[in-house]
Design a binder for this molecule. Structure first.
Ligand code: AP5
Ligand code: MG
Ligand code: ZN
Length: 213
C-alpha cells in the first residue's frame, strides 16, 4: 500500500500518517522529519535544508528527491509506505511517478487533508514537537501527559523554528502556489480522496480508514 498525504502545513498530515503507518504496518516517511533530524545532528544536508525551512520556503527539488528516493529504496518499504510532505511540487510528483513506473509500481491513494487557512495558524502556534522521535502534540487539542515532555521517548518538546506566525503565513503562500496544484495532478490520475481535516483526530482517521479498507 503506497499512500501520499497532501494538505496545507498544519493540516494534520503527520498526525494521520503516523496512525496509518501503525494500523497498516508500513513506514511513515516525512521529508520534514528527515530534514529536522539532519538539522539536529548537524549534517551538511541539515545545514543546507535549514536555510530554506526557517524562511518557510521549500528545499530545492533536486536535494529533496534524492533523499526521498534513497529512503523508499530501503528494504522496509517493499510492502509500501505512507509519504508525508512529499511530493510538494509538480516536478517532485513527476519524478516519483517515473521512478515507480520503472519498477512497475504506483501510488494507490493521495489523501488530501483539507483544513482552511484560518484554522491553520491556531494549530501551529499550539503545536509542540519532539525532535528525537518525531511525535507531535498540541497544547490544547492533543496534550502530552506531562507538560513539555514527549509521552513516547521522554525528550523535551519544542516549538518548531518554522512555526512562528510570519513563517506560517509564508508556508501557506508556498503551499497554495506550489503544492495545491498536486490536487489536480492526482485527481487526473483518479487516486485523489479528500477528507475534512477540521474534524477530531479520530474522526479524520476513521474517514481515511474507510477509503483505504
Ligand atoms: P513539514 O515538516 O512537512 O511541514 P508541513 O507540511 O508544513 O506540515 P506540518 O508538519 O507543519 O503539518 P502537518 O500537516 O504534519 O500537521 P501535524 O500533524 O503536525 O515540512 C517542513 C519544511 O521542510 C517545509 O516548509 C520545507 O521547507 C521542507 N520540506 C519538507 N518536505 C519537502 C519537500 N517535499 N520539498 C521541499 N521542501 C520540503 O498537525 C499540526 C498540529 O495540529 C499539531 O499540533 C497537531 O497535534 C494538531 N492536530 C492534528 N490533527 C488535529 C485535529 N484533527 N484536530 C485538532 N488538532 C489537530
Ligand atoms: Mg508534519
Ligand atoms: Zn519523542
Amino acid at each position: 500500500m503506497k499512500i501520499i498525504m497532501l494538505g496545507a502545513p498544519g493540516a494534520g498530515k503527520g498526525t494521520q500518517a503516523k496512525m496509518i503507518a501503525e494500523k497498516y504496518s508500513v513506514p511513515h516517511i516525512s521529508t520534514g522529519d528527515i530534514f529536522r533530524a539532519n538539522i539536529k545532528s548537524g549534517t551538511a544536508l541539515g545545514m543546507e535544508a535549514k536555510q530554506y525551512m526557517d524562511q518557510g520556503m521549500l528545499v530545492p527539488d533536486e536535494l529533496t528527491v534524492r533523499i526521498l528516493l534513497d529512503r523508499v529504496a530501503q528494504e522496509d518499504c517493499k510492502a509500501g509506505y505512507v509519504l508525508d510532505g512529499f511530493p510538494r511540487t509538480i516536478p517532485q510528483a513527476e519524478v516519483l511517478e517515473k521512478e515507480l513506473h520503472k519498477l512497475g509500481e504506483k501510488i494507490d491513494w493521495a489523501i488530501d487533508v483539507d483544513v482552511p487557512d484560518e484554522n491553520i495558524i491556531r494549530r501551529m502556534s499550539g503545536r509542540r514537537a519532539c525532535l528525537s522521535c518525531g511525535a507531535t502534540y498540541h497544547m490544547e487539542y492533543i496534550p502530552p501527559k506531562k507538560e513539555g515532555v514527549c509521552d513516547t521517548c521522554g525528550s523535551d518538546l519544542v516549538l518548531r523554528d518554522d512555526d512562528k506566525a510570519e513563517t506560517v503565513k509564508k508556508r501557506l503562500d508556498v503551499y497554495h502556489e506550489q503544492t495545491q496544484p498536486l490536487i489536480d495532478f492526482y485527481t487526473d490520475r483518479n487516486i485523489l480522496r479528500t477528507v475534512d481535516g477540521t474534524l477530531s483526530m479520530e474522526d479524520v482517521f476513521a474517514a481515511i480508514v474507510a477509503i483505504l479498507d
